[in-house]
Design a binder for this molecule. Structure first.
Ligand code: PEP
Length: 251
């Protein structure tokens, strides 16, 4: 039985005050919420503060991060290693987000390298895949997702997906307020799972596939009611404690 995961991607947002208020509020708002893993990915600058707040309150919130690099140490200015993330208690690491693919020109192969490096270090990759609006209109959605997944599967074996999280995020739905309908998302999630099943039915059955793209309290329940949607990766709505907790409750 798959366990849903709701994760907040805070992107380039935050201050010490905001992180303190958001995590304190979220902790209170999540009281009594069971059956879902709730994670947040603040900017790395705030991991120390977030870790301290979470452990003080003995919170169930899982700490994550928005990126990782492919080197362990050395002359790589600005880079962050898996060991550094572990040092601050971050376990769920987003890779391959469309914003990084677009603005930082990250290729499928580079994202796959990050995936392998996280697994090697005992961290949970949250692998984002998804198509652009033009690819969607051209009917290429499943092919794009399969290509992005194959960069991992064909180099590391399908078993590499065990314990990892896949986030299907149609780019046209991210930050636009225009979420995929529950039926649209379910169709693609089922196709993604079928693609993985063509390599291993067992891996496909167990892998968590989140939906991401304009998820909010108002549309979360119908998305999560779908058999192949196992939680969500949430951007904008994760910046509000009550709203994000309502999404988690819907899972
Ligand atoms: C995201 O960036 O991963 C995302 C899903 O953003 P939003 O929820 O704001 O669409």
């Amino acid at each position: 039985m798959r366990h849903p995961v709701v994760m907040g991607n805070w992107k380039l947002n935050g201050s010490k005050e905001m992180v303190t208020n958001l995590l304190t509020g979220l902790d209170a708002a999540l009281a009594g919420v069971e059956g879902v893993d709730v994670a947040v990915a603040p900017p790395v600058m705030y991991l120390d503060l977030a870790q301290r707040l979470i452990s003080q309150g003995k919170s169930k919130i899982i700490l994550g991060a928005q990126n990782v690099d492919v080197n362990a140490s050395g002359a790589y200015t600005g880079d962050i290693s898996p060991e550094m993330l572990k040092d601050f208690g971050a376990s769920h690491i987003i890779i391959g987000h469309s914003e990084r693919r677009e603005y930082h020109h990250e290729s499928d192969e580079f994202v796959a390298q990050k995936f392998a490096f996280l697994k090697e270090n005992g961290l949970t990759p949250v692998l984002c895949i998804g198509e652009s609006e033009a690819q969607n209109e051209a009917g290429e959605t499943v092919a794009v997702c399969a290509r992005q997944l194959d960069a991992v599967i064909k180099t590391q074996g399908v078993e590499a997906l065990n314990g990892a999280i896949i986030a299907y995020e149609p780019i046209w739905a991210i930050g636009t307020g225009k979420a995929a309908t529950a039926e649209q998302a379910q169709d693609i999630h089922a196709a993604i799972r079928a693609h993985i099943a063509s390599f291993s039915a067992e891996v496909a059955k167990n892998v968590v596939i989140q939906y991401g793209g304009s998820v909010k309290a108002g549309n979360a329940a119908e998305l999560f009611a779908m058999p192949d949607i196992d939680g969500a990766l949430v951007g904008g709505a994760a910046l509000d404690a009550e709203g994000f907790a309502a999404i988690a409750k819907a899972a």
